[in-house]
Design a protein around this ligand. Structure first.
Ligand SMILES: *Cc1c(COP(=O)(O)O)cnc(C)c1O
Length: 381
């Protein structure tokens, strides 16, 4: 890593390499090649693109620098990043995971891992005693998400690390919602940080991408081995777009967070809304804990409507947000969690977790706050 002494805003712009080492070009080019010439039969720095590519290395170095890892890894999607981190487990192992998870993570953890002989307990990780009680002699790792999605439950990362250390477990955290700018889990002792870079890091709703990083040299070796063996790497073109997105993360996130704060307060006071979940609200449950391990509230909030009928009206009435299962783009994205982001979770489980049909999630984009408010307010009437 070339310049770890810089502060995050500078790292975002300059990343691991701030110009093409070969030509001095202002951006690292899209090295669109599958293989590399072995001069005289001898491999150089690169030999085959699954194992290494300069465009991909650009974002792999960036995430390691931003999170304080020894090495970063870029994958074809956030789910690949999650699956690759979970490849640290083997048949016979047991995983403890947060019950309130991103829908795709829930599907992978409950649907795929058991087929590989890995048993799973989904527990309320906001309760350290429940986590301790779920540990068995086979438990090898924790898979966590905080704030959770869509109900913004806050898990005490320091407490999780302490329990994990006592039991010799690997801790993994999906840090997609906070990004390395607002939450640096490796500093708190988390072993592996995971991102869906499709969201804030990419930032423009134009790629699927995933990242992992770790501060542990042994884990980095195992992640590298799996990345090369499995081969679900991020393409050179998507790496270029991700690197470009990362450069503006701070200004985008700062602006979106400010708008999210204003809108969360106005939505909370709105007569059509029964509840708003956003860490920036004064009465947010878990606020103190969240701000003890993160520096911002983020730019995503959830709210519940009083009447189920109003969901359809709102989704038909709003003009600015795209209505879709995603977040972290320059455009505001409105999600009906029940039928979109959390569609993979059976109705009974959703209801048990508190995800009702009246729940909506909104990822605030970079539009003017007043335009967004007028649009939402008219959709809620
Ligand atoms: C979107 C998302 C994922 C999955 O990422 P993809 O890039 O869609 O594969 C995982 N975790 C969280 C929190 C997400 O929002």
């Amino acid at each position: 890593m070339s310049h770890p002494k810089y502060r995050p805003a500078t790292l975002l712009v300059h990343q691991g390499k701030d110009r093409d080492p070969a030509t001095g070009a202002a951006t690292v080019p899209i090295y669109q090649a599958s293989t590399y010439h072995h001069e005289g039969g001898v491999s150089g720095e690169y030999d085959y693109a699954r194992s290494g590519n300069p465009s991909r290395e650009q974002v792999e170095e960036a995430i390691a620098l931003l999170e304080g890892g020894v090495r970063g890894f870029a994958y074809a999607s956030g789910m690949t990043a999650i699956g690759s981190a979970l490849s640290l487990l083997k048949s016979g192992d047991h995983l403890v995971a947060s019950a309130d998870l991103y829908g795709g993570s829930w599907r992978f953890i409950t649907g795929v891992l058991p087929q590989q002989g890995i048993t799973v307990s989904l527990v309320d990780t906001t309760d350290p005693d429940a986590v301790k009680a779920a540990i068995t002699p086979q438990t090898k790792a924790f898979f966590l998400e905080t704030p959770s999605n869509p109900l913004f439950q806050i898990t005490d990362l320091r407490a999780m690390v302490e329990i994990a250390k006592e039991n010799d477990l690997i801790t993994m955290l999906d840090n997609t919602f906070m990004t390395p700018l607002m939450q640096r889990p490796l500093d708190l002792g988390i072993d592996v940080t995971i991102h869906s870079a499709t969201k804030f890091l990419g930032g423009h709703s134009d790629i699927l991408a995933g990242l992992t990083t770790t501060a542990d040299v042994g884990l980095a070796k195992r992640l590298k081995y799996f990345q090369n063996a499995f081969g679900a790497v991020l393409s050179p073109f998507d790496s270029f777009l991700l690197s470009r997105g990362i450069k503006t993360l701070k200004v985008r996130l700062d602006a979106a967070q400010k708008t999210a704060q204003t809108l969360s307060e106005r939505l909370e006071a709105h007569s059509a809304i029964s509840r708003v979940w956003f860490p920036g609200l004064c009465n947010f449950q878990g606020r103190e804990l969240h701000f003890s391990q993160a520096t911002g509230a983020g730019a995503v909030l959830s709210f519940e409507l009083k009447e189920e009928l109003q969901v359809k009206k709102l989704l038909e009435g709003v003009k600015l947000p795209i209505i879709a299962p995603s977040l972290g783009g320059v455009e505001t994205i409105l999600t009906h969690c029940w039928s979109m982001s959390h569609a993979a979770i059976p109705a009974q489980d959703k209801l048990q977790q508190g995800i009702s049909k009246k729940l909506l999630r909104i990822s605030i984009g970079l539009e003017d706050v007043e335009d967004l408010w007028e649009d939402l307010d008219s959709g809620l009437r």
